[in-house]
Design a protein around this ligand. Structure first.
Ligand code: FAD
Length: 388
């Protein structure tokens, strides 16, 4: 990159949030603004898949590869099943989203993706002058959007997992039902479950997933996956097609300030991951839409910055904190808690709540499904700690 290069908008990080915003800004409406996306990776690889309940449309809809209208949470005490034709559970492979976004950027003369560019400095020096620096040089922009992964807060819960996409020679998977959580595995003092996305009768994505403070070494997930395949699914003959791993912060304190700013945090860094579930895809789409809309609002935005939305709302955040605080203290009760939630709450109310678009009555339906006394005790504990 040339020293002293200039952009109207710098997007730091070309992952889901960066590319989702770049997608909106590639629209000809923004054609007079020069947009630069700075991304350290040299090339995109299929490093993840995004799944979510379809609560609204988004521009990447044409690349959805699978859709299921039925899901389950399995425990030793029974299985909770949910169905919805209105809000099916959908899967979008990262490879398709990356390739669609890169093509759109390539076709928009005003948007530039710079690969191999890591950013280590970001300073607001006044209107029209946000300085972005890295080993490649420096860039000055009117506005910057920062999606670099945040540091995990010590003591906060993390959802950590490793998934294998496998193929079997014989049909082994029931393609009509997603297993969101199978708790019939050793809990080992943490929240531990397996997630199974049946992609076809002969292929599936299977993830060994934990919620705890410290991630496992990779070979521990592998041992659990092998055990689950042989003992629970009776699958011994398979081919590993792809692997993905992740550490998603489940931290209700990770959120941005709702203050007008010329440097706006995006994605996980901007608190778009739903603390109690780890889902972020649709929230990131709503946020990108909102930010792009704000950018059309006139000169003040370019001089003084944007006022980003905070998500989710206060009631949802409070419920997430109580729920996570309780899971942290009683991981052994997770199977019973999730089964109660998926059994007692109407599926559509629950998925709107989990997707961050729940109404007040959806929140009440969730509260009604959960055991009250233990969670009230946790609410009281959290309040006392807050006040201390
Ligand atoms: C394996 C995996 C599976 C997931 N599955 C789901 C799912 O099914 N459903 C769901 O809703 N959510 C899911 N999530 C959670 C969340 O949706 C994703 O993490 C999502 O990618 C978050 O978007 P992001 O832009 O914040 O982060 P990322 O997509 O990780 O993008 C961050 C970008 O910043 C770049 N970067 C890093 N350092 C720098 C630097 N110094 N300078 C510039 N750029 C930098 C990275 O290279 C990366 O491209 C998953 C997460 C993971 C890890």
């Amino acid at each position: 990159m040339n020293k002293g290069e200039r952009a109207d908008i710098a997007i730091i990080g070309g992952g889901l949030a960066g590319l989702s915003l770049a997608w909106r800004l590639a629209d000809p409406t923004f054609g007079q603004h020069r947009v630069i996306v700075l991304e350290p990776r040299e090339q995109y690889v299929p490093d993840r898949t995004w799944s979510y309940w379809k609560l609204h449309d988004h521009p990447f809809q044409p690349w959805v590869s699978h859709s299921w209208e039925r899901w389950q949470v399995a425990t030793n005490a029974g299985t909770a099943v949910g169905n919805s034709t209105e809000h099916p559970y959908q899967r979008l492979p990262a490879a398709s989203l990356y390739s669609a976004a890169l093509t759109r950027i390539e076709n928009a003369a005003h948007v530039h993706l710079r690969l191999g560019c890591s950013v280590d400095g970001l300073v607001d020096r006044g209107p029209g002058d946000v300085q972005v620096t890295g080993p490649w040089g420096e860039l000055s922009a009117a506005l910057a959007f920062d999606s670099r992964p945040p540091k995990l807060r010590s003591g906060a819960l993390v959802q950590h997992f490793c998934g294998w996409e496998i193929e079997t020679p014989e049909p082994r998977f029931q393609t009509d039902t997603v297993t969101l959580m199978d708790f019939q595995v050793a809990q080992q003092g943490a929240v531990h479950f397996v997630y199974v996305l049946p992609l076809s009768p002969c292929s599936a994505l299977i993830e060994d997933t934990w919620i705890s403070r410290s991630p496992q070494p990779l070979n521990t997930y592998a041992q659990h996956l092998r055990h689950y395949l042989t003992q629970h699914l009776n699958v011994t003959d398979y081919r590993l097609l792809r692997m993905e791993e992740g550490r998603i912060p489940m931290d209700p304190t990770l959120r941005r300030r709702r203050q007008r700013s010329r440097i706006v945090q995006l994605g996980t860094r901007g608190g778009m991951v739903r603390a109690a579930s780890g889902y972020a895809f649709l929230q990131i789409q709503r946020d990108s839409e909102d930010l792009a809309r704000q950018l059309t609002a006139g000169a003040r935005v370019w001089r003084r910055g944007l006022r980003p939305q905070r998500s989710p709302g206060v009631l949802t955040r409070r419920m997430d904190s109580v729920f996570l605080g309780y899971l942290d203290r009683h991981p052994e009760r997770a199977p019973e808690l999730f089964r109660a939630l998926f059994t007692g709450c109407p599926p559509e109310d629950l998925v709107r709540f989990l997707g961050g678009v729940g109404s007040f009555s959806d929140h009440l339906a969730v509260i009604a499904a959960l055991p009250k006394l233990p969670l009230l005790a946790q609410l009281f504990r959290g309040k006392k700690r807050h006040e201390a």
